[in-house]
Design a protein around this ligand. Structure first.
Ligand SMILES: Nc1nc2c(ncn2[C@@H]2O[C@H](COP(=O)(O)OP(=O)(O)OP(=O)(O)O)[C@@H](O)[C@H]2O)c(=O)[nH]1
Ligand SMILES: [Mg+2]
Length: 442
């Protein structure tokens, strides 16, 4: 089913826009162009370039060389100045690169001009991320979402594919007419596909919504694990459950939310959902596309925000995550902050002085070694306790309907017969707390 979904939804894009499918071009050696914008420090620019290198690795086209360009003035035609462009062109030959990747959102015409001037395929960060997502999508919804994002990305770039083609076929002149009609046909085809993908997505989402409602009706608190890509979200879930969620030193290892039931030592049960990682400047098309997947994070009772504290950019990464959560309307959920990968720090003690100003509960963790696991479980209890407290109820013996209602709609921790009736300890939703107020003892 999945394999055929991939064929149906992703392959046609590749087939028609063969030139745009980097993976099928069998590129093997990328040359990375870092861009230091006016506002960026050299340190930041360097870290961003490192991130692009991880993205290129993840895509399977490792960098053979990197160049940092200080951008004082953008050249509208090719982004970088002519001299710089020529320098890069020479470098391509020198290091025998077969792909150039810019750490910048290139406009379709800049991309086209750069390719033309340097005679090599040029892509930008957004296309790298789209390719990684396309390669990893496994559920029908993810496949559809990415197909849609790719189509939207490709639409203004169709000309590029065909200029390319005509050049390969021995110059633009002879094939121009053909290219143009083909371009129009393609344009129409892509627009039609976009419309039909949107329709199918709406249907898939409706089904998922129904499933989620069913899940929501289970009276178990839910938490979602969010954070920057590669922070260790899946590792955290694996550590807590012994489950086998794919955790890899690759970006966007997880694309589809996976939920697991977890038993906490205090007797509580929770459902924890692993989600897709965030990244700075996540392509807008993809944010849109993944909104519904990310809504898992919004629907949860609380959020576990995992931060890779060993990454020099962790503060920026944390902010990116918080901003996306805000955008999704989940900014005011109760949060448990997890500072992960503490095993990679020389001196974990030095972190403690940050914690004083922290408004959220913070847990130090190493999902790798298991350090901090108990603290994490306690932290989850604490957050839930504040959000969904265990209430003690006393129900008169003749109110069986109330007892039955509580059993059905909440997690019952204790149920015992006492002289006055039935004593229960249960986790109640805010609505039920109000409704059952007269029976609540504490
Ligand atoms: N040293 C160390 N490595 C860790 C720790 N937690 C996770 N990792 C490694 O970091 C990498 C990423 O871990 P994942 O759990 O896949 O990260 P993720 O946040 O789920 O990433 P995406 O799904 O790609 O967004 C893997 O290579 C893990 O083995 C940790 O506490 N210490
Ligand atoms: Mg993951």
């Amino acid at each position: 089913m999945i394999a055929s979904d991939r064929e149906v939804y992703l392959e046609p894009v590749f087939e028609r826009l063969e030139e745009r499918d980097i993976l099928s071009q069998k590129c093997e050696r990328s040359l990375l162009i870092g861009i230091q914008d006016e506002g960026d420090s050299a340190f930041e620019a360097e870290n961003h370039l490192n991130e692009l290198a991880s993205l290129a690795e993840t895509m399977g086209i490792p960098p053979v060389h990197t160049v940092m360009v200080k951008l004082r003035k953008t050249n509208p035609r090719t982004l970088v100045g002519k001299g710089k462009m020529e320098e890069i062109r020479d470098l391509v030959h020198e290091v025998q690169a077969d792909l150039v990747i810019f750490d910048y959102d290139l406009s379709p015409s800049q991309q086209r001009n750069l390719e033309y001037d340097m005679n090599i395929t040029v892509i930008d960060r957004e296309e790298v991320i789209l390719d990684i997502f396309a390669d990893r999508a496994s559920t029908r919804e993810a496949v559809l979402q990415i197909a849609l994002a790719r189509m939207q990305y490709s639409l203004p770039r169709l000309t590029r594919a065909w200029t390319h083609l005509s050049r390969q076929r021995g110059g633009a002149k002879g094939t121009r007419g053909k290219g143009e009609t083909q371009l129009e046909t393609d344009h129409r085809m892509v627009l039609k596909k976009i419309a039909s993908l949107k329709k199918e997505l709406a249907q898939v989402r409706k089904n998922r919504e129904t499933q989620r409602k069913r899940r929501r009706s289970l009276p178990v608190p839910t938490l979602s694990v969010v954070g920057y890509t590669n922070a260790g979200k899946s590792s955290l879930l694996n550590m807590m459950t012994g489950a086998d969620v794919l955790a890899e030193d690759k970006l966007f290892a997880t694309l589809d939310p996976t939920s697991r039931r977890v038993h906490l030592p205090g007797g509580r049960q929770v459902v924890i959902t692993d989600t897709v990682g965030f990244i700075r400047k996540l392509p807008h098309n993809l944010v849109e596309a993944f909104k519904s997947t990310l809504e898992e994070a919004v629907m949860a009772d609380a959020v576990i925000h995992v931060i890779d504290i060993s990454n020099p950019e962790w503060r920026e990464q944390r902010k990116v995550t918080e901003d996306v959560l805000d955008e999704l309307g989940a900014g005011d959920k109760p949060v448990l902050l997890v500072f992960n990968k503490t095993d990679k720090l020389d001196d974990p003690e030095e972190l403690h002085h940050f914690l004083n100003n922290e408004k959220h509960t913070v847990v130090m963790l190493s999902a790798k070694t298991g350090f901090g696991k108990e603290k994490l479980e306690m932290g989850i209890q604490e957050v839930l306790e504040a959000e969904l407290p265990v209430k003690s109820l006393l129900i008169p013996a003749d109110k069986w309907d109330i007892v039955a209602y509580i059993r059905r709609n909440s997690v019952v921790m204790v149920e015992e017969y006492v002289d006055e009736g039935i004593r229960m300890e249960a986790i109640l939703s805010a609505k039920d707390q109000k409704m059952l107020n007269e029976y609540i003892k504490v």
